[in-house]
Design a protein around this ligand. Structure first.
Ligand code: GLU
Ligand code: MG
Length: 424
């Protein structure tokens, strides 16, 4: 069969969908500069596809320029077209970053953290999903049976992640029916977000090749288990030296990490509109799901919004400090990893800049928003969060999410979950 290799360049947009365009691989050198054509209203494509509302109309041209450091070429050697895609930045035609580019949002957050503290952040994404290629056998959470039944899927996903240049960390059968989880090793923020996008797409790509799906929707079934995206993070000095841990600090946190965590808690309800940005996200953030319900921080507690993670068998204090990390659990795959990590970092950087303090033991934690509508309202009331965006980007983000909410407003939970499971 006559074939010519194609490369896809795109970005994981505010709907959490990777969108872009393809071109012949031979054109890559030219496309590195000129990218592919894009238009402003593409940002307003909801996860369901249609643009339901847009401040941009039909006018305007932009380009998505591939970032060579986010190129991935995974050939499954099964005759199928390789997964060859490059994540990129949305730019104005003169090359300036577009104010609504999600990778730029994350870069600005990283710069805010650096300015506030001189520190940078390493992140590792732990992503849960339902693999449809196995039968649903009750009672098999974490079981070898559930692990075995997914057959080659886990090995193929792991190989694909490694071939993409990321470092797979773990793969397991999760608590929910047909639910699995994959984690990729920590990386600096932008790279970690790129790799979260890639890992998600590779899992989908492997499932597709096997005639199945990997469903990342936050709540595939209304009365089932939620799919979380947990973001592990730690702070580091320019030199790479760890800066998160202090044995005598609150929860074992360094001063900077305590301020950072306090900032995240302070902005938690507002940033939920970015990190848990779908109506079904709020079906996941309910009691008895191992998912958070309040803006709280706890030591080694999987019900907390911010969890101080355990360190397994660290040989010494140096290694302990290196591995010490927190986990942000108010996130799911309806969020673009760039936006979610960006919001987390902006919030933490604000905590450092304003020297915010952690709640005292016994202080009641604020409940998380109960709906996306409520989260959006809280976000809109926060001038700080607004300032992380440009006015145009903020308006576009809110209008995008509000139009999505209106579109599904009449659906009962079961139907709502079914619709989101189709798109994520
Ligand atoms: N599935 C849970 C969630 O929605 C998390 C389970 C776990 O602790 O890994 O976040
Ligand atoms: Mg899990």
């Amino acid at each position: 069969m006559l074939r010519e290799e194609l490369i896809f360049v795109g970005t994981c947009d505010i709907a959490g969908v990777v969108r872009g365009k393809g071109f012949p691989a031979s054109e890559l050198p030219a496309r590195r500069k000129s990218g592919i054509g894009w238009t402003h209203s593409n940002l307003m494509q909801t996860c369901f596809g249609p643009i339901l509302d847009t401040p941009f109309g039909t006018a305007g041209d932009l380009m998505i320029v591939p970032d060579p450091s986010a190129e991935l070429h995974v050939d499954f050697r099964d005759g199928s077209a390789a997964e060859h895609f490059i994540l990129g930045d949305i730019r104005e035609l003169d090359g300036r970053p577009w104010e609504c580019c999600v990778r730029e949002f994350l870069r600005r957050a990283m710069a805010a953290l650096k300015e506030a503290s001189g520190l940078h952040l390493l992140a590792a994404f732990e992503q849960e999903f339902v693999y449809t290629g196995v039968e649903d056998l009750p009672g098999h959470a974490y079981s070898l049976g559930a692990f075995r039944r997914q057959g080659q899927f886990g090995e193929m996903v792991t190989a694909a992640i490694r071939a993409s240049g990321a470092k797979p960390d773990s793969y397991l059968a999760e608590y929910g029916p047909r639910q699995y989880e994959m984690t990729v090793a920590p990386e600096t923020a932008l790279r970690a977000a790129d790799q979260a996008v890639s890992a998600r797409e590779l899992a989908r790509g492997v499932a597709f090749r096997l005639g199945h799906r990997a469903i990342f929707s936050p709540m595939p079934v209304a009365d089932g288990s939620g799919n979380g995206v947990h973001i592990h993070f730690s702070l580091h000095e320019e030199s790479g030296a760890p800066a998160t841990h202090k044995a005598k600090g609150p929860f074992g946190l360094s001063e900077a990490a305590a301020h950072f965590a306090a900032g995240v808690l302070h902005h938690m309800a507002a940033i939920a509109a970015i990190t848990a940005p779908s109506p079904v996200s709020y079906l996941r953030l309910t009691p008895n799901r191992w998912a958070p319900t309040a803006a709280d921080i706890k030591l080694q507690d999987r019900g907390a919004a911010l969890r101080i993670c355990p360190i397994f068998a660290a040989p010494d204090e140096k290694e302990r400090a290196l591995r010490f990390n927190l986990e942000f659990r108010v996130c799911d795959a309806a969020a673009s990893p760039y936006m979610a990590l960006g919001a987390l970092i902006f919030a933490g950087a604000d905590g450092i800049a304003r020297k915010m303090t952690l709640p005292k033991p016994g202080d009641a934690a604020m409940p998380l928003p109960h709906s996306l509508g409520q989260a959006l309202q809280i976000m809109e009331a926060s001038d700080t969060v607004k300032n992380w965006f440009s006015p145009v980007f903020f308006e576009a983000y809110v209008r995008h999410k509000r139009s999505e909410l209106a579109y599904v407003a009449d659906l009962a939970p079961q139907e709502l979950c079914a619709r989101y499971a189709e798109v994520y």
